[in-house]
Design a protein around this ligand. Structure first.
Ligand SMILES: Nc1ncnc2c1ncn2[C@@H]1O[C@H](COP(=O)(O)OP(=O)(O)O)[C@@H](O)[C@H]1O
Ligand SMILES: [Mg+2]
Length: 370
């Protein structure tokens, strides 16, 4: 039943009226992507970047300014051609942040409701409800009023209810945001397992990186209405396409410099102190260009063993012990960076001198002007 989803050059412009007059703002700006049947794609980005608007356009709840939504080869949205299939005729499942369950019904009645409204009756309805409740492990709660359930259980009811009629695509908008931390972790793992077991095509949006990595077959990072990079979690984490994706996925150290030379996949960057850092080049940048080098705190090695390139003298300026890891502020290369040491032993004192190792393959060069 699950289908491919194609989003083509989607654009949604909102008009906002203020005291100064009205302004146009592209909430979604030329976004294109395809989700294969049975694939889970997560759109990740900060609040306001256009995730919900994209999802609502797919659902038919929002009418885009331009672009196309194609599900299973059928065009559902194409404003230029006057095509806008209403939400109820798209056969999509939706799960939102708020527990959208009917409070006056039992668990079973909630899950049976979408079948009833589609005219599915008798044994077919009973079997589908039973399977859906089994899937979310709520069979034992079938006859409880839904209001007696915990937040996590209510979200499972919402999930069962959105899957029971075998939708073409499942849309999920920050479904874990209202749950407490522990429950969020459990349901996060369960969600992927459940969606994969049914083989549903899913579009999931969140601002939470770890959620995105655990859930998605592929991740799309959004900013200001634009889709910056769509790739596997490991490609996003190991070769971020630009400085924003690098920073948003944890490469929070940024070292300013100027590209001196390039040799294949690596370049030499002169930094504030005059020292040279070797770093990976993902972009075509001419020598002489101002650049920024991004790197994760956990890739900064303090007093690394053996010989190696990219070793610099530095000093620990502060240390924050966090039990299972320690975060150090290190002064090096004429700037300040953060280093993360994993383990419960904090080995370096404030004001101590350290050799700082920056693995060249974990240092990424980006043009400074983008
Ligand atoms: N109905 C609307 N009218 C005007 N602006 C809107 C409307 N819905 C969303 N926006 C704006 O569009 C942008 C993207 O919003 P949204 O898609 O909700 O972002 P996200 O889900 O990533 O937090 C924001 O700047 C938001 O203020
Ligand atoms: Mg949102």
């Amino acid at each position: 039943m699950s289908s491919e989803l194609r989003v083509e050059q989607l654009r949604k412009v909102f008009t906002t009226t203020t005291a100064q007059g009205s302004a146009l703002k592209a909430a979604v700006d030329d976004v294109s992507f395809t989700i294969a049947a049975g694939e889970i794609v997560v759109l990740l980005g900060p609040s306001g970047c256009g995730k919900t608007t994209t999802l609502r356009c797919v659902a038919g709840l929002e009418h885009p300014t331009s672009g196309k939504i194609v599900i299973g080869g059928t065009v559902y949205t194409d404003p230029q051609a006057g095509v806008l299939v209403p939400p109820r005729n798209r056969n999509l499942g939706m799960v939102f942040q708020s527990y959208a369950v009917w409070p006056h019904m039992t668990v079973r009645q909630n899950v049976a409701y979408p079948l009833k409204s589609r005219g599915v009756k008798g044994a077919a309805q009973d079997n589908a409800v039973r399977d859906a409740l089994d899937l979310v492990e709520l069979s034992a709660y079938a006859d409880r009023p839904v209001t007696q359930l915990s937040g996590g259980q209510m979200q499972r009811v919402a999930l069962a209810r959105s899957m029971v009629y075998q939708p073409q695509i499942l849309l999920l908008d920050e479904p874990l945001s209202n749950l407490d931390a522990q429950l969020r972790l459990r349901l996060r793992d369960d969600l992927r397992r459940i969606i994969k077991r049914v083989g549903l095509t899913a579009l999931y949006v969140t601002h939470d990186q770890t959620e995105a990595v655990v859930l998605g077959d592929r991740l799309g990072v959004m900013r200001d209405g634009k889709l910056l990079q769509l790739d596997t979690p490991s490609a996003i984490y190991n070769s971020p396409a630009d400085l924003f994706v690098a920073g948003f996925t944890g490469a929070t150290n940024v070292i300013e410099g100027r590209l001196v030379s390039r040799d294949g996949a690596f370049g030499v960057v002169a930094v504030a102190s005059g020292e040279h850092v070797m770093a990976r080049m993902g972009h075509d940048i001419a020598p002489g260009t101002p650049v920024r080098v991004a790197l994760r705190p956990d890739n900064v090695a303090l007093n690394p063993a053996g010989e190696g390139r990219n070793r610099f003298l530095g000093g620990v300026t502060s240390r924050h012990y966090q039990g299972t890891q320690t975060v150090y502020q290190v002064s090096v290369l004429g700037t300040a960076i953060e280093a993360l040491e994993v383990g419960s032993a904090a080995r370096y004192d404030e004001n101590s001198q350290v050799t700082v190792g920056l693995p060249a393959e974990a240092c990424w060069v980006y043009p400074a002007d983008r």
